[in-house]
Design a protein. Sequence first.
Length: 191
Amino acid sequence: MLSITIRPGGPGDVPSVLALLDRATEWLVANGRIDQWGTEPHSTNPRRVAQVTASAHAGELWIAEADRQPVGALPLGALPAGALPLGALSVGAALPYVPAVDEPELYVQLLVTDRSAAGQGVGAALLDHARTIAREQGVALLRVDCFAGGDGSLVRYYERQGFTRAEPFTVTVGDTPWPGQVLAQRLRPRP
């Protein structure tokens, strides 16, 4: 396992996060999984650039590092009760496919890890960090949404991380239906 540190991200980290996303897309494409994020680099997608930039400027971005190199990123969105989260395909405005909740939550807007660090616990460390932040804020609900197509492996990953399936959804990307899944995890307050 890698020795991972997690630090707050900022505007200077935007290029690194976009590079992580681009490498993840390259891996998906190389493995015939273009239905998740398509084939184009995130760094050329104005909506994704805006999402990552906004998260960095809002102080909601966390960076996982190994040997001082970024190996993962986690934008979080703390939402007031009744608000809708920024989803994986969102830019600035909440998306209607994620039902509102009537309690405070912490929402994982995106989780990306470097494929060279696959299986080294980077994603788990970032999700543990999200749990810690939620508990520190007195928030008992952590939610995430993800791609639910293909072989369903991404949904199963989050289930292995302690999340349970909540609402499925479908959004149209271009002219193609994109199946997604909202997952939730209840957190116990710190004693």
